[in-house]
Write a protein that binds this ligand. Structure first.
Ligand code: GLN
Ligand code: MG
Ligand code: MG
Ligand code: MG
Length: 442
């Protein structure tokens, strides 16, 4: 890992880097960047690079718009592709105020604050994400369509098509950037893919997800395809999730593992599950932040609907994969890849920590397929549902002070404002479904 200023400057010079992208994400998870030339790099590494925060959605007002980018030297990476033959590098940045304090509206800084809370208790969180996406064709003018070539399904081996080619290229590119790819396969729906990279600590994984999405989109484009992380692009087939495999470590040991327990899970693991379940409704607006997200969270497509956990079944919110020992982990299944990775990981960690601090016992695990259970039994077992719409999720977030605290007042308020507007815009539009059902009927 290159992490000293001098080493970065040397490497950038040696490799003929012409441009450096200084990256950060806005509160909605959109990757932003300021490109600088090599001669500006020393200034950037001295945290002297100013930008106008008022032009970034959800950041600050015009009158307080001077903000600074502080590059994290450990994120220095060279992009394997070279526009016009020039090497381009990137650095991921934290956003700071003009007075040198961290900007509380910076999602990366927000995650760092929750990580510090975990560290104060002696815990480090590791996260391994499984992001799914669709590859669609573009039309003659380069606009994305909803068409795919392939008719393949889960793990299918098909005659090599455009999608397979693009995916192979994505994997190779990610590897060149230092990602360890653990699996890459076709998913259930036509045109749907998944690439899994190795887990890392919470902050590194959030950075990796942001980078991953950027690489997948870029490589797709180079193959004349459009990659989308939209959660449910097509009604009636599977949507795209981003399951997060979570573990906690303490003093080099997996804090979720206890060989003496029936399920070989520790008390800490049970409390963590308890916290995730207690705050599931409150955190969903963050992990599933678009109106479209809720079209994925419906029965029938391996996406969760019910707030429950299981050591076996894939229908509930949390599954415990069979691995134990150092690999003991929880798979949280509701996040989708439209989420801001920094905020999603921050709220999951916060929920789990709240479970540990307040000793929240989880309900009994559900081993049946929840989708086959009768409504009366679900009610009798006290199984609640995830929010059914973004509006409902925002109402639940409003009622959850713990999740609000994780976000901090700035992000919470800006997020709420923007997302309520999004809901209202959607609510007042006339959708294709209405035309099909009502135009001729009335
Ligand atoms: N696509 C499913 C989802 O929306 C997950 C499918 C799977 O990985 N088993 O979460
Ligand atoms: Mg998977
Ligand atoms: Mg999958
Ligand atoms: Mg999974």
């Amino acid at each position: 890992m290159v992490d000293s200023r001098e080493a970065i400057l040397q490497k950038a010079t040696d490799l003929g880097v012409k441009f450096i992208r200084l990256q950060f994400t806005d509160i909605f998870g959109v990757l932003k960047n300021v490109a600088i030339t090599l001669d500006q790099l020393p200034k950037a590494l001295n945290n002297e690079l100013m930008f106008d925060g008022s032009s970034i959605e959800g950041f600050v007002r015009i009158e307080e718009s001077d903000m600074y980018l502080r590059p994290d030297p450990s994120t220095f990476t060279i992009f394997p592709w070279k526009p016009n033959g020039d090497a381009v590098a990137r650095l991921i940045c934290d956003v700071y105020n003009a007075d040198g304090t961290p900007f509380i509206g910076c999602p990366r800084g927000t995650l760092k604050r929750v990580i510090a809370e975990a560290e104060a208790l002696g815990y480090t969180m590791n996260v391994g994400p499984e992001a799914e996406f669709f590859l669609f064709h573009t039309d003659a003018t380069g606009r994305p369509t909803l068409e795919t070539h392939d008719r393949a399904g889960y793990f299918d081996l098909t005659p090599v098509d455009l999608g397979e080619d693009a995916r192979r290229d994505m994997v190779l590119t990610l590897q060149q950037m230092g990602f360890e790819i653990e699996a890459s396969h076709h998913e259930v729906a036509p045109g749907q893919h998944e690439i899994d990279f190795k887990y890392a600590d919470a902050l590194r994984t959030a950075d990796n997800i942001a980078t991953f999405k950027f690489v997948v989109r870029t490589i797709a484009q180079r193959h004349g395809l459009h990659a989308t992380f939209m959660p449910k692009p097509i009604y009636g087939i599977a949507g795209s999730g981003m399951h997060c495999n979570i573990s906690l470590f303490r003093a080099g040991q997996n804090a979720f593992y206890d060989p003496d327990d029936d399920l070989q899970l520790s008390q800490v693991a049970y409390y963590f599950i308890g916290g995730l379940i207690a705050h599931a409704r409150g955190m969903t607006a963050i992990t599933n932040p678009t109106v479209n997200s809720y079209k994925r969270l419906v029965p029938g497509y391996e996406a969760p609907v019910y707030i429950a956990w299981s050591p076996q079944n894939r229908s509930p919110l949390i599954r415990i994969p069979a691995k134990r020992g150092l690999s003991t982990r929880l798979e949280v299944r509701h996040p989708d890849p439209s989420t801001n990775p920094y905020l999603a990981i921050a709220v999951m960690l916060k929920a789990g920590l709240d479970g540990i601090k307040n000793r929240i016992q989880p309900p009994a695990p559900i081993n049946a397929n929840i989708f086959d259970m009768e409504a009366t039994r679900l009610r009798a077992e006290g199984i609640d549902l995830l929010p059914g719409t973004l509006d409902e999720a925002l109402d639940a977030l409003e009622k959850d002070p713990v999740i609000r605290e994780a976000l901090g007042p700035h992000i919470y308020q800006r997020f709420m404002e923007a997302k309520r507007i999004e809901c209202e815009e959607y609510r007042t539009r006339v959708h294709q479904w209405e035309i099909e059902h009502y135009l001729t009927k009335f």
